[in-house]
Write a protein that binds this ligand. Structure first.
Ligand code: 5AD
Ligand code: SF4
Length: 439
């Protein structure tokens, strides 16, 4: 039987789809890229905002029509929204055969062989599941994700993740190192260590800085990234390891969520704006050129114009390299669901646009400072826009378009590139002398 997997949501969800593919492959199922060629369609879903769930429900309505031509088609909804909405999905979209939560993917082979195995245990959390024994089916690029921990214990008042993904649990250092060594042997040059709260990693013997150091010592691994970090777990020890080890990228994605102390408290973020500011300033003073990116929520319950201005002020002060801004979306089951969603939608949107436009001018200013500089770029391949161009990334994570295509340069090489132009999103460069290929 052939399965098609559609994925919504974050990097962790994309990684989980690779885990699902691994489980299916191990059990004799095949994968397909086309829905009309599939016997099974699995939709891996996100529930972090209502919008993500609505999009997924719209997609399910469309694909359930495929059952008219192929009545034997099996449609399974998996992931965070499958656990959260469970029977509501089955009721709303009758074409769906089963729902399965993020900790229950090992049930898939049995379920696909006999749909009558479906019961309520398919949509409960399993705080022990780490999928350490599963080999993910990856996309064979030069860069891959490796989940090092799952779940979250923070209970930020707006967030559904602790309810759908359960408590924090870390994989053993040994299993992570073995997996990454295998990836490097297959030609992978970059890994991104993933976790809902990656820097609170602890396997009982090693903490996150210890793990990072061990990973950075793997021969042939050119770059290491990690996401997402919580400010409360950003230790000096972690900054020191990033500074010391050249192959650990100088980039931290560090969601601030708001610049208002009152709102941060209501969000249960466990830091004040002042503490966040001094943390970022410490990171910037310890690690020259470190890139800090963030997430911000606009229109959290009770957010006044003054609170919004505090967020704008924090952004002006810290000058993030980039930020992802979201309108607050009430999630049933969370603490904030009981607060009145009192910021009108048009105000949420206006605040979001103000933040985005401020951020755009800051990103452009930061990126333009790189014009004339020579930077190391990890080549990802030929640019999608033109065969005459290549694309790659700086250590900071910024995308670079190289306005030439040198046959001697291959994906996975790190080369020196001279930046000649930049906008808020992309840098443009030329190769800086042939002898610099794969420094
Ligand atoms: N509404 C809006 N944004 C949210 N996020 C998490 N929960 C919500 C919510 N209920 C945002 C946070 C988080 C990012 C992944 O999604 O900014 O960092
Ligand atoms: Fe990822 Fe959170 Fe969305 Fe689940 S709910 S897919 S963990 S962002």
């Amino acid at each position: 039987m052939k399965a098609f997997i559609k994925t919504y949501g974050c990097q962790m969800n994309k990684y989980d789809s690779e885990i699902i593919a691994g489980i299916l492959k191990e059990n004799g199922f095949k994968l397909t890229e086309k829905t009309n060629d599939a016997d099974i369609i699995l939709v891996n879903t996100c529930s972090v905002r209502e919008h993500a769930e609505k999009r997924m429900l719209g997609y399910l309505t469309v694909i359930s029509n495929l059952k008219k031509e192929n009545p034997d088609l099996i449609i399974g909804v998996v992931g965070c929204a499958a656990l959260r909405l469970n029977k509501k999905i089955l009721k709303k979209i009758p074409g769906v055969n089963f729902v399965l939560g993020p900790d229950k993917y090992k049930l898939l082979p049995g379920l696909l062989t006999d749909l009558s195995c479906f019961d309520e245990t398919c949509y409960t959390v399993n705080n022990k599941e780490k999928y350490e024994d599963i080999i993910p089916v990856r996309n064979n690029g030069i860069s891959e994700w490796v989940a090092i921990m799952r779940g979250c214990n923070n209970f930020c008042s707006y967030c559904v993740v602790p309810y759908v993904r359960g408590r924090e649990r870390s994989r053993s250092v040994k299993s992570i190192i073995t997996e990454i060594k295998e990836l490097v042997a297959q030609g992978i040059k970059e890994v991104t260590l993933l976790g809902q709260n990656v820097n609170s990693y602890n396997d009982g013997s090693f903490d996150f800085p210890d793990l990072l150091r061990r990973v950075s010592e793997i021969d042939g691994l050119k770059r290491i990234r990690f996401a997402t970090s919580h400010p409360k777990d950003l230790s000096t020890k972690l900054l020191e390891v990033i500074k010391e080890r050249k192959n650990i990228c100088n980039h931290i994605h560090l969601p601030v969520q708001s610049g208002s102390g009152k709102i941060l408290k209501k969000m249960n973020r466990k830091y004040t704006p002042e503490e966040y500011i001094s943390l970022v300033e410490k990171a910037k003073s310890m690690i020259e050129g470190i890139s800090i990116t963030t997430d911000i929520i606009t229109g959290f319950p009770g957010e006044t114009e003054e609170d919004h201005q505090a967020t704008m002020e924090l952004i002006r002060k810290l000058e993030f390299d980039s930020s992802f801004v979201f309108r607050y979306s009430p999630r049933e089951g969370t603490k904030a669901f009981h607060y009145k969603d009192d910021v009108p939608e048009n105000v949420k949107i206006r605040r979001l646009e103000e933040i985005n436009s401020l951020q755009q001018s800051i990103s452009e200013k930061i990126n333009k400072k790189l014009i004339g500089k020579t930077c190391e770029v990890l080549i990802e391949g030929t640019s999608r826009r033109s065969k005459k161009e290549m694309k790659g990334k700086l250590d900071s994570g910024k995308g670079v378009v190289i306005k030439e295509n040198d046959k001697k340069v291959k994906a996975g090489d790190i080369i020196k590139v001279r930046i000649f132009d930049a906008n808020s999103k992309t840098l443009f460069g030329k190769i800086n002398g042939r002898k610099n290929v794969d420094i």
